[in-house]
Design a protein around this ligand. Structure first.
Ligand code: B16
Ligand code: MG
Length: 220
């Protein structure tokens, strides 16, 4: 077994599963129902951003203002629609290469947590049969400050009893990488190096990360 005092924190959406495509479909339906549209490019700006902040942005794009009640109603409708996609998920939705790394952490007794902005994180982890594997779960229901605030990752490290500077974060969003940096953690970006240039390391996806690399960051 490996000697390490490190711990690992995974973001959910865009790292473990590609629920971003479902968020996009659901937000787009909301916009269309309200009489406008937005692009996939604009959708990039919604990644890692909370539900409330996402709707605020979308309404800005549509140059629309809603009453408080209507805003809440639209958020609930979007979530209902989003959850109809989530309901169809199963473990085949786990992104390629992720399981191998999770198995490696388990075998080597390295603690790992979830650090996600989503209030649906537990539902999704259950659908993909990973809920019981995590040593700690911190999600949108546990935090008051959204990424890039480090809160979500600091709570996760605290639950793992790992120091922030010994924590390694996997993230696909710019806000998430900034949150990891703000928490003094090592950040590993999953996605496009042009977007995630602030991260300590960037990989296009988990299939490009080999176990030697994981061992290296866990033991140095
Ligand atoms: P929910 P992550 C984030 O998840 C998503 O990237 C973002 O698009 C979404 O708006 C946010 O969760 C809130 O999700 O509506 O399910 O509470 O990437 O932090 O795992
Ligand atoms: Mg994400």
């Amino acid at each position: 077994m490996m000697e390490t005092d490190k711990g690992v924190i995974f973001d959910l959406d865009g790292v473990i599963v590609d629920t971003a495509k479902f968020h996009f479909l659901a937000w787009r339906k909301l916009a269309n129902d309200l009489g406008f549209d937005f692009t996939q490019e604009q959708n990039e700006q919604l990644k890692g951003v909370s539900r409330v902040e996402s709707l605020k942005k979308i309404l800005e794009w549509g140059e629309l203002e809603l009453s408080k009640t209507e805003f809440k109603r639209q958020m609930a409708l979007k979530n209902e629609n989003y959850l109809s996609y989530v309901a169809k998920m199963d473990k085949r939705e786990i992104l390629p290469g992720v399981q191998k790394i999770i198995d490696y952490l388990i075998i080597n007794n390295v603690p790992f947590a979830l650090g996600s902005a989503s209030k649906n994180a537990r539902t999704i982890l259950k659908k993909i049969s990973l809920l019981e594997k995590f040593d700690a779960i911190v999600d949108g229901t546990d935090v008051s400050k959204a990424k890039p605030d480090p809160e979500v990752f600091l709570i996760a490290a605290g639950k793992l009893r790992v120091k922030p500077e010994n924590s390694i974060v996997f993230e696909d969003s710019v806000a998430g990488i900034q949150a990891a940096k703000n928490a003094q953690m090592l950040s590993i970006g999953i996605g496009d190096p042009k977007t995630l240039g602030e991260a300590d390391y960037v990989f296009p996806d988990f299939t490009k990360i080999d176990l030697d690399f994981i061992k290296k960051v866990l033991t140095k």
